[in-house]
Design a binder for this molecule. Sequence first.
Ligand code: CA
Length: 519
Amino acid sequence: MKRREFVRTVGWSAAALTAAGMDDLLWGRPKAAPPNILYIMADDHTTQAMSCYGGRLNKTAAMDRIAKEGVRFDDCFCTNGICAPSRAVILTGKYSHRNGLRDNAHAFDGTQTTFPKWLQKAGYQTGLIGKWHLQSDPTGFDYWSILPGQGDYYNPDFIEMGGRQRFPGYVTDLITNFAVGFLEKRRKDKPFLLMMHHKAPHRNWQPAPRHLTMYDDVRFPEPETLFDDYATRSRAAREQEMTLRDHMDIASDLKMGPPPARMTEEQKALWEAAYAPKREAFKRLNPQGEALVRWKYQRYMQDYLATVAAVDESIGKMLEYLDKAGLAGETLVVYASDQGFYLGEHGWFDKRFMFEESLRMPLVMRLPGRIKPGSVSADLVSNLDFGPTFLALAGLKPPAEMQGVPFVDVLMEGRAKSGREAVYYHYYEYPAVHMVKRHYGIRTRRYKLIHFYYDIDAWELYDLDKDPRELKNVHDDPAYASIARELKAELKRLQTFYGDSDELARKFLEEDLARTQKK
Ligand SMILES: [Ca+2]
């Protein structure tokens, strides 16, 4: 077998592994060929919109298939909940304050160590297709074709190895076709890493032509916190700009305006056939106040979930391709999103806050023979761990600068733990779109401690066992005084452990403010 030759050539030997000091059950299996890795990531997809997570809104057959044939992680949390920073954390295995990408405004420093580079060096053929959003050109990939910036849903441009070209069609389908093309043309003498990054379901949620009316007759259940009054919490929850009520745009977000300019006449005709009746109904109804929020929520869900439907179809096609090509048994398939998202919870859309809906990342994985089918992990893992985990599964020792922990042992038979008792989080992008204040904090199995440290100095503490919707800040409740003290000590310990601090946060803040003033 050619793959065995690969193992020999790149030195996947017992000696190398022993030298690396790895005596783990999995790492002690040097004869297993390193798996291919198909890493599929969506943008802003959230667990509430995945049926394998018990979501009540939609069915996601292909995503559920990965979970059923592999493992579902119930407590995977991001470390900085927006697009570009999350992607940088995934690539580098390092926190934002270490990899340099703290917000969407900076460019990623592509000279640093990333897990794709490490795999490439070890002999993997590496590819990247779809949304990138890191401003600098991708490094560590033998092949890449990315959307410029956020990209477009309809007839998008792609930058293929530096050359920009417009493609007719729908972005999710194009990414799927390009991904299949990469696999068809792959080198058979090497394992592959393919990172397939969907644009969907990012705002402003433009569905594929075939999905434009799929939810027209559905009435979605409203979240319990759609009309949250933010009582007991700090000003941060009240002073954001991401409510359905005040900040969701009726013309663009909810399609009560003209069709997107990039569409062909044919696409516009389909669009108009789907949205003109909705516009007429909206005018007739003319909802106000709470009725308007309810109308917005329904309209939002129709389009958000329709864009998710295309992502699910894409995953289905990729799984079928692996089956047909005989690759399913030797390929790690991962589906994740760069963070979660609010689907009306707390009255919001978007992400950024350290509350459950956007902090939690969807994460399912399948690797036949190595991940026990139907596993569910409640271990505390994060996007910091993705790179180290993929490297470990490939039999490689993660570089020392990576701060994540491989959760390989968690994958094995669903047993063992990462040993992590809390996930540390730090969000920086403020002042900026949606106006979510800077904060850091920790999420343990039971509690969440948040410190909004800039322009307000406010602490919030949630007992997730008693208050899973995070409506009651108990930070100043005397009954939680000792818990708060312990959590603050743990927060401090993790900040020190990861090399973050209030001083560093202050330094970054001053840099960001200076840059904003210069503009
Ligand atoms: Ca995102």
